[in-house]
Ligand binder design. Structure first.
Ligand code: FAD
Length: 449
């Protein structure tokens, strides 16, 4: 299977690099250090862990193989979703009655954590509130989303359902059968956010080393010695926060997830008048198609959105014609859509068998959080904090989700192939539902409309 760590060492040009703040430009580790905690991985999860542990008074060392934000964190769409991918019933089945509810509550509160960190540490991360819209393309999606709204309302939580007309007004798209709006969510510049957290951590005494891949972890008395090519850190606690970029550092960890590539694009800047018609009622939107669609309007009037492409292997480019057709179908007023190909990029998500995050205690003092499944700006911040608090003494019972056994995915060498088949199956289902939607919309608006 292609190793995501084989991607080029430089962060690609994305919708966020221009306003992502300056890189940390930290030197590689070149000595032997002692610390209370070593964090491996400088994405949102590792930076949150380092920041929270440093705030709690720990001596922290963060090791990043490339640069802060080089992984999914510096390439994601910056949607800060206030909702779990799992329904409450699914979360309870997955994590048990106490932790399942806690997990979904944490997902709903995720944006408060992210926005709170940005505000508390004065991070310039283009924070945009305004909520997240999830649009329904099929009747099944209508029923599922309405059910979620009802469950949330019954618990006294804020949740909104928009009928077809209101959904069209709020999204600027005539396509959908309805939509939910989760007011607590929003959007950020994820690269600026991670760099800001790393800087806030260093201001509290954490030491950040870039271009410092952790190559080995060995027991040394009651502590762990984490070694890089040119140095080492010895500490009683280690947090591994490497998600889709998990390498062979800890035996079996890489085999517990399947990395999947996701492609992103921005359009050329839109004239103000046209930009005002796109998503006037929220900061970001997605719909319930199985193959992710995510959309937002950037500060400079571009639409940033997901594209189609091969989920494994080197980045050989995506299916641009299909990607553009999808955007034009959502917003026909933008035809013909013009992409800015100087900012077209891809990144890696860690898919897990259960379709959601996992926490592991790999050994006494060594923990890991991974399996973002495409949702990690808020949850990575959350689980980074959870693991930091655990390293500082918070008992497992008080964490959002419990630690689970490390399970290797069976037939791993075939996992990429199986994932491709699964993707093709989902694509077929999406296509059939979109056909039904088109027929339904044509019948409503009349022939030729
Ligand atoms: C294209 C794309 C779009 C997405 N959009 C969204 C979105 O809009 N909203 C959302 O919530 N989520 C989104 N996600 C998911 C989100 O980006 C991730 O869940 C999140 O960034 C994961 O952060 P992380 O810190 O756990 O991992 P990463 O950001 O991937 O960081 C892992 C880091 O570990 C480092 N590393 C690996 N091995 C070692 C080692 N041995 N030693 C030292 N360092 C090592 C890597 O270099 C890497 O920098 C998206 C993901 C992608 C790929």
């Amino acid at each position: 299977m292609y190793d995501p760590n084989s991607d080029p060492r430089n962060l690609p040009n994305t919708a966020f690099t221009a306003r992502g703040g300056s890189p940390l430009d930290s030197l590689p580790l070149a000595t032997d250090l002692e610390a209370d905690l070593v964090v491996v991985g400088g994405g949102v999860t590792g930076c949150s862990a380092a920041l929270h542990a440093a705030e709690g008074g720990a001596r922290v060392v963060l090791l990043e193989a490339n640069a802060i934000g080089w992984g999914a964190t510096g390439r994601n769409a910056g949607h800060v979703a206030p909702a779990s991918k799992l329904s409450l019933e699914e979360a309870v089945t997955r994590y048990g009655p106490v932790h399942g509810r806690r997990f979904n509550d944490a997902c709903e509160a995720g944006p408060d954590l992210v926005f709170g960190l940005i505000e508390r540490h004065g991070i310039e991360a283009e924070l945009k509130r305004g909520g997240v819209i999830v649009a329904a393309h099929s009747q099944a999606a209508v029923e599922e989303l309405r059910h979620r709204v009802e469950v949330m309302r019954a618990e006294g939580k804020p949740a909104h359902w928009f009928d077809r007309e209101e959904a069209a007004r709020r999204t600027g798209s005539p396509l959908y059968r309805g939509a939910t709006w989760a007011k607590r969510g929003g959007a950020i510049n994820p690269l600026a956010y991670a760099r800001g957290m790393a800087r806030a951590a260093t201001a509290r005494g954490a030491r950040v080393f870039e271009h410092s891949r952790a190559e080995g972890i060995v027991r040394q008395g009651r502590a762990w010695r984490v070694s890089t090519a040119s140095g080492s850190v010895t500490a009683p606690k280690v947090i591994i926060a490497t998600n889709a970029h998990t390498d062979g550092l800890w035996s079996g960890l890489r085999r517990s997830i399947v990395p999947a590539r996701s492609y992103h694009f921005v359009t050329e800047p839109l004239p103000d008048e046209l930009a005002r018609t796109v998503l006037p009622g929220a900061a970001v939107m997605t719909d319930r198609r199985r193959l992710l669609i995510g959309l937002r309007l950037t500060a400079d009037n571009r639409i940033h959105f997901n594209g189609y492409g091969p989920i494994n292997g080197p980045d050989t480019g995506s299916d641009i014609a299909r990607t553009v057709a999808r955007l034009e179908e959502i917003f026909p007023q933008l035809r013909p859509v013009k992409l800015d190909m100087s900012a077209a990029w891809s990144g890696w998500m860690a898919m897990s068998a259960a379709g959601t995050w996992k926490l592991h205690r790999l050994a006494d003092g060594v923990t890991a959080a991974l399996g973002c499944n495409g949702r990690g700006v808020a949850m990575g911040s959350f689980f980074g904090r959870d693991l930091a608090l655990h390293a500082l003494g918070t008992p497992e019972a008080d964490l959002t989700i419990p630690f689970e056994r490390l399970l290797k995915i069976p037939f791993y060498p075939l996992a990429a192939l199986i994932a491709r088949f699964e993707l093709a199956r989902r694509d077929r289902l999406d296509k059939a539902e979109m056909e039904a939607l088109r027929r339904d919309n044509a019948a409503r608006t009349g022939p030729g409309a």
